[in-house]
Design a protein around this ligand. Structure first.
Ligand code: MCF
Ligand code: FE
Length: 408
């Protein structure tokens, strides 16, 4: 049994408080959270771990949306316009993904762990990230992606997806969760999407999808016109949108689903997402680099939608560090109250993310996995400013525990 003390503890449970001179007692799971003075008396046999001054204990961070197979990208892809980016992905993906070896992906996972990410959602297009994900100490929800918009490819694409899903299932554990990703409404044929969603339901796994990311996607689905027409016509000359937006969303009504981006989603779609208890994943840096606009965060909150944060892959980011992502969000959402936004963001990478992924972690609370990080503020700090100052100043953790085991 270990007793970890710090100047501040942020449990990030429903109560939202901060405990000064606090501590967490844990083995593989959390036994108790409270004032360190009280817990030292109550658990005299626990091994005490002290932390440096101005340290803050938090639940390990959860990055619900990344594409590790694109980790070798730095400067190959075209930024600033979604369609130009998509064309560049298609041009370069074979070369980029071949460079993303297990070793490279493992090194990115290690960097993520050092920055405090103890759980992640990995969108896997090819299965090339399986070994690195299985071997990493982090909890991984492994989203096997399915896509293919043309009817005649449905069988081949489903078979390939099913093979990858079955391979990932062989590694299922308390650290590794096979799951399903349906790529998007513009790229995934309804037959393919429905089969994959049925499988997710039978297997009891969570589902991820990209939805309403770009203006081009909005225009295509609403008017059958715009840049997607030319793009999709190369695969099928008389191509039409595969769904209305509501038809697409309704397919997910019985799924535990995470919808990524939603920058171009309208009131009607957000209302439906809310009624389906869906999660929205915000990827602010990716949105900026792909030129798709800025998510209306207050609309997401007004609709009561569970908000999570993702870095997306290095295909549309320069960092997989969630502190970098939260910093970007704080600086980007200029209309939001700064201090309140910082709290919202910390919830989005902890309790909200655990809820979305259906995992018993994401808060410092009795009974949950002891996935705990220690971060250090450079100097003392007024307690109501801690969430904001942490986001502004943190890059790495001082310590990271997963399942009660120390990795950093
Ligand atoms: O989230 C970003 C932007 N939107 C869509 N897809 C991707 C993103 N990052 C990587 N992708 C992948 C996606 O998984 O790019 C491919 C898919 O395999 C695009 S479709 C050829
Ligand atoms: Fe993505």
């Amino acid at each position: 049994m270990q007793l970890l003390c710090a100047d501040f503890v942020m449990p990030l449970d429903d109560a939202c408080g901060i405990i000064q001179k606090g501590a967490v007692v844990f083995e593989e799971t959390i036994i108790e959270v409270g004032r360190s003075e009280d817990l030292k008396l109550k658990y005299p046999d626990a091994t005490i771990i002290e932390t440096p001054p101005n340290s803050v204990l938090l639940p390990g961070l959860i990055n619900v949306h990344t594409h590790l197979e694109y980790s070798a990208n730095t400067t190959s892809l075209v930024y600033g316009d979604f369609m130009q980016w998509l064309y560049s992905v298609i041009r370069h993906r074979e070369r980029i993904s071949a460079m993303a070896t297990t070793e490279l992906i493992a090194s990115k996972l290690k960097e993520m762990l050092h920055s405090g990410t103890t759980t992640l959602g990995a969108i896997s297009s090819f299965g090339a990230d399986l070994e690195a994900c299985v071997q990493s100490p982090q909890r991984v929800v492994y989203f096997n992606e399915v896509l293919g918009s043309v009817a005649y490819v449905v069988d081949t694409m489903y078979t390939d997806f099913l093979n990858r899903f079955e391979m990932s299932k062989e590694h299922a554990s308390l650290r590794f969760f096979p799951a399903v990703a349906v790529h998007s409404p513009y790229s995934t044929h309804p037959v393919l999407a429905k089969k994959a969603l049925l499988l997710a339901q039978e297997e009891g796994c969570v589902v991820s999808t990209h939805f309403m990311e770009s203006q081009a996607e909005r225009q295509w689905i609403d008017t059958q016109e715009g840049d997607f027409k030319a793009f999709l016509s190369t695969y099928n000359p008389d191509v039409k949108p595969l769904y209305t937006p509501l038809e697409y969303l309704e397919m997910f009504q019985n799924a535990n689903a995470l919808f990524t981006h939603g920058v171009q989603a309208n009131h009607e779609e957000l209302t439906l997402l809310s009624s389906q208890h869906a999660t929205l994943t915000h990827c602010p840096v990716s949105n900026r680099l792909l030129g798709v606009g800025k998510l209306d965060l207050s609309a997401i909150q007004r609709h009561g939608i569970n908000l999570t944060l993702g870095t997306d892959g290095l295909s549309s980011n320069i960092s997989l560090n969630l502190w970098d992502e939260m910093r970007a969000a704080v600086l980007m959402h200029t209309d939001e109250n700064l201090v309140e936004l910082a709290k919202v963001l910390l919830h989005s990478v902890t309790i909200n993310a655990a809820k979305a992924l259906h995992l018993p972690c994401g808060s410092l609370k009795k009974g949950l996995y002891a996935d705990i990080i220690v971060v250090q503020l450079p100097e003392s700090c007024q307690s109501d400013m801690i969430p904001l100052q942490l986001i502004l100043h943190t890059h790495q953790t001082v310590m990271s525990f997963i399942n009660g085991v120390r990795y950093v």
